[in-house]
Structure formats: structure tokens, C-alpha cells
Ligand binder design. Structure first.
Ligand code: ADP
Length: 457
């Protein structure tokens, strides 16, 4: 597998080379369609001036004159009517020129070799050092006809500068390649870090620190990754805690039961009925624990499939109270209930669980002959249900933990209170599913009030 670094560097360098090639082709095309014509005209004008000058100055030393022009930066080729040739200025690379062209110029025509130089994809006509790529003009000297072919000496023209240009170009290319390699490394480094962090997480190591502080998309990704890691670490911690809680809560009644079952054989009838009663209590506890665990997991998966309908909350609260009437009167607890008929939208069976849990807690953690006040008040856009008891209350540090799964208060003072520590977690989850809020006010030894606020419709 090729690394991202390799791919990125190769892609960028290829883009640079490709853009260089495309710019060359485009500028070549521009030369062909625009500059070639102008270049031809310029050189033609110069050639005509040279020929005009020679035509009118028979007294000059032709060789010296043409050498001089050669020195000025032109490549010159002359042919006289006897076919004698001479070159001035620097040499042509390709000296091939059809005799017919020479004859035509000797006969008075002008040859436009620059304009008609063939179009070539990778050769810029401007630089083609060929005799065909010249302007040919006739002239007469000392009664003899000549053909003169001339083109600017590009090498001479560029001689001073071309080393500098070549150096600049080479330096630009080398520098860009080095910079691309460095910047790519800088760009790719956080991705490599994220990659190895992902592997760490997959191996269960959540204590990674990415140390990426960039303010771009990769920085954002790293921040989200950090967030995700923290959440995963928390979930993992909760999972471990949950498993240890579940195993403890299932294991202890089971070992209790095993102990009493073993005692059954060798015990009197009276003892046996006592043990069976204990066994029954443990069985009930296990059964309600599994039911509540099942309910919690259903709630979690049920978020999308809540069966929402409009129903009368007042009626539902009354039903819950009457269901627990027997337990209330057994403990001698007085219940007062005040509500008008309030319609709300929600999942009736899940909300029933909420009131049921709050009411059973208000009974369980209440004193004998205590009181419970239940009220449902309609607000602008919500309904506020309060459940107040005159029970044992909560210590301030307990209040923070009561919604944690398996959290149970210290019931050393009320050892008979049975529970799983799941009830309020269920209540909180259901209230949140309904976009509602739950809060609690409690005074130790005096009592507790739970407030549940639900959006009306
Ligand atoms: P459980 O009642 O099964 O122990 P819950 O999740 O319903 O579990 O409650 C968690 C803890 O919160 C209880 O163990 C208890 O200590 C405390 N608690 C809940 N409701 C009340 C209340 N009305 N009065 C006093 N303490 C309460």
C-alpha cells in the first residue's frame, strides 16, 4: 500500500510538471497564431533595410558590413548568382534550404520562412535555428545579384540572460519539490497520528493525547476525535461498572438462596416456612431486578419507536394511586391529589412507569403514617407534576447520585426497604425521551419532592 504522503507528494509534483507542459504548449500555440506573423514582419523589415542599404552603397566592404550585422545578433547566409555561399554571425544548426527558394529570391522574391515555418507541438518556431526559418531578400552589389537569408541570433540574444534564467528555473523546480515534500509531511502528520490513535482505541487504550492544535478541518477532526475518545472511555467505564453491579446484584441473592435451600432439609416446620418466605423475597427481588433491567434496555432501544398519543395525565395519576392504595393504607400513609384534567402527548405506558416508580419510592422511603402530596399543574407550554413525601429525605451528596444505575442510598436505618437502584434511572431516561426535565428537592429527615416537567403537546 502506498502511503498518503507518497501519493500526495507524487500528485503535487505531477501537477507541477503537467502545468509546466500545458503552459509550454499554450505559449507555443500563442506564438503560432499571433507572434509568428509579427516576428516575420519585423525581420522582413530589417532584411529589406539591409538589402536597401547595400543596393545603394556599392562602395562598402560587403563582407565587413555583413560581419558587423552578424555581430549585432543576426545569422546571415548569402548566395550569389554563381551559387557561391557565405555565412555570417553564428552558425545555423540545420543548413538545409531547397535550391528553388534560393532561385526565387535571386529572381527578386522575398522568402517568408519564419511565417511559414511548420507548426510543431514541441518546437517553438522562434527558437528553431534552421536556415528554412529565415527571411530571404534579394540585393545587388557591384552588378551581381545575391540572395540574403537572415534571422535573429536567439542564442546571442539570450546568452547573457539564459544562464540566469536556467538557474532560476532549476532552482524554482528544486525548491518547489523540496517544499512540496516538507509541506506534505506537515499536512499528513496529524493524519498519521489519528491513524495510530485509532489503533490504540481499538486495542482498548483510551488514554491517548493527540496534541493536534491546528485550526483547520484536520484540527476539527482531531477535536471531535478527542471528544469521541473521552465518551468511549466513559462508556467503557460505565460498561465495566454495570457488569460488576449486575453480577453483584444477581450473585448475592443467588448465594443467599443457595444457603437457605441447603438449610431446608434439616430444619423444623416453623424454620422451613421462615426460610421459604426469605426465598420468596429473594426470588421477587431477582424477578423485579431482571424486569427493570429489561425495561431500561428496552427504553434505550425504544427511543425511535415511542408510541406517542394524546391522553389525560390526571386520569393516569389517579390510576397509579389506586393501584398502590393497598400499600398506602398498609403503611397508614395519607395521599392528597390535586389536578385538573390535563392532556399531554407521550407514551402512556412509559409515563405510567415514571409515576409508579416515584410513588413506590415515596411509599418505601416514607415513615409510617406519613403523607404524600401529588399535584399536576398546567403551565403555558408544559405540565408540572410534583410528588412530595414526608419520608427520610436525602443527604445533599446522595442527591447527585440517585439517577445513577444501581445506586441505592444507605438504608442501614431502614433495612426493610427493598430495591434495585434502577427505578430513578428508568424515570430519568423516560422523562428525557419526552424532552422533559426532572428535579428533586429534599431535606434529610423531613422529606423529598420530585418535580417532573413535560411539554404539553
Ligand atoms: P431503589 O428505590 O430501587 O433503591 P431508585 O433508583 O428508585 O432505586 O432510587 C435510588 C435511591 O434514591 C434509593 O435507594 C434511595 O436511597 C433514594 N430515593 C429515591 N426516592 C426517594 C425518596 N422519595 N425519598 C428518599 N430517598 C429516595
Amino acid at each position: 500500500m502506498k502511503s498518503l504522503y507518497f501519493k500526495f507528494a507524487v500528485t503535487t509534483i505531477s501537477i507541477m510538471l503537467l502545468s509546466g507542459l500545458i503552459s509550454f504548449l499554450l505559449s507555443n500555440y500563442y506564438y503560432q497564431i499571433n507572434l509568428k506573423q509579427k516576428n516575420d514582419e519585423k525581420i522582413s523589415n530589417f532584411a529589406s533595410e539591409v538589402s536597401h542599404y547595400i543596393n545603394h552603397h556599392d562602395e562598402i566592404d560587403l563582407t565587413k558590413y555583413l560581419e558587423h550585422i552578424g555581430l549585432l545578433g543576426y545569422q546571415i547566409y548569402i548566395v550569389d548568382e554563381q551559387g557561391e555561399t557565405q555565412f555570417f554571425g553564428s552558425a545555423y544548426r540545420d543548413k538545409d534550404l531547397p535550391a528553388s527558394i534560393v532561385d526565387k529570391v535571386l529572381n527578386g522574391d522575398t522568402y517568408h520562412g519564419v511565417k511559414h515555418f511548420p507548426h510543431n507541438l514541441f518546437v517553438t518556431g522562434f527558437f528553431a535555428n534552421e536556415l528554412k526559418n529565415t527571411i530571404g531578400v534579394p540585393f545587388e552589389f557591384e552588378g551581381k545579384d545575391y540572395a540574403l537569408f537572415i534571422r535573429p541570433d536567439i542564442k546571442l540574444f539570450f546568452n547573457e540572460m539564459h544562464l540566469l534564467f536556467a538557474f532560476m528555473l532549476a532552482l524554482t523546480i528544486a525548491l518547489s519539490i523540496v517544499l512540496v515534500l516538507i509541506s506534505t509531511k506537515y499536512l499528513i502528520r496529524p493524519i498519521s497520528k489519528l491513524n495510530s490513535a485509532t489503533k490504540d482505541i481499538a486495542n482498548g487504550n483510551f488514554t491517548i493525547s493527540l496534541d493536534i492544535t491546528r485550526k483547520d478541518e484536520i484540527g476539527d477532526l482531531a477535536a471531535s476525535f478527542d471528544d469521541m475518545t473521552k465518551k468511549l472511555a466513559k462508556v467503557e467505564e460505565m460498561r465495566k461498572e454495570l457488569i460488576s453491579n449486575i453480577s453483584h446484584d444477581i450473585q448475592s441473592p443467588l448465594s443467599n438462596m443457595r444457603g437457605y435451600v441447603n438449610l431446608l432439609d434439616a430444619s423444623s416446620a416453623e424454620e422451613r416456612s421462615h426460610y421459604i418466605e426469605i426465598l420468596n423475597t429473594e426470588i421477587n427481588r431477582l424477578s423485579s431486578l431482571t424486569k427493570q433491567m429489561l425495561l431500561l434496555s428496552t427504553i434505550e432501544s425504544k427511543k425511535e419507536i415511542m408510541e406517542v398519543k394524546e391522553f389525560d395525565l390526571g386520569d393516569q395519576l389517579k390510576k397509579v394511586i389506586s393501584q398502590y392504595q393497598w400499600q398506602l393504607s398498609e403503611k397508614g400513609i395519607m395521599v392528597s391529589y390535586s389536578s385538573s384534567n390535563v392532556m399531554i402527548k407521550g407514551d402512556p405506558s412509559l409515563l405510567y412507569t415514571v409515576w409508579e416508580n416515584l410513588l413506590t419510592n415515596a411509599i418505601k422511603y416514607n415513615h409510617e403514617y406519613g403523607e404524600i402530596e401529588i399535584a399536576a399543574q398546567e403551565k403555558d407550554s408544559s405540565v408540572l407534576v410534583s410528588m412530595k413525601d414526608t419520608g427520610i429525605g436525602l443527604e445533599p451528596n446522595q442527591v447527585k447520585r440517585i439517577y445513577d444505575r444501581f445506586y441505592r442510598g444507605d438504608h442501614s436505618r431502614t433495612p426493610s426497604v427493598d430495591g434495585t437502584g434502577l427505578g430513578l434511572s428508568i424515570v430519568q431516561s423516560v422523562v428525557e425521551m419526552h424532552s422533559g426535565e426532572i428535579s428533586v428537592e429534599s431535606v434529610e429527615g423531613k422529606g423529598t419532592v420530585f418535580y417532573v416537567s413535560l411539554p404539553k403537546l
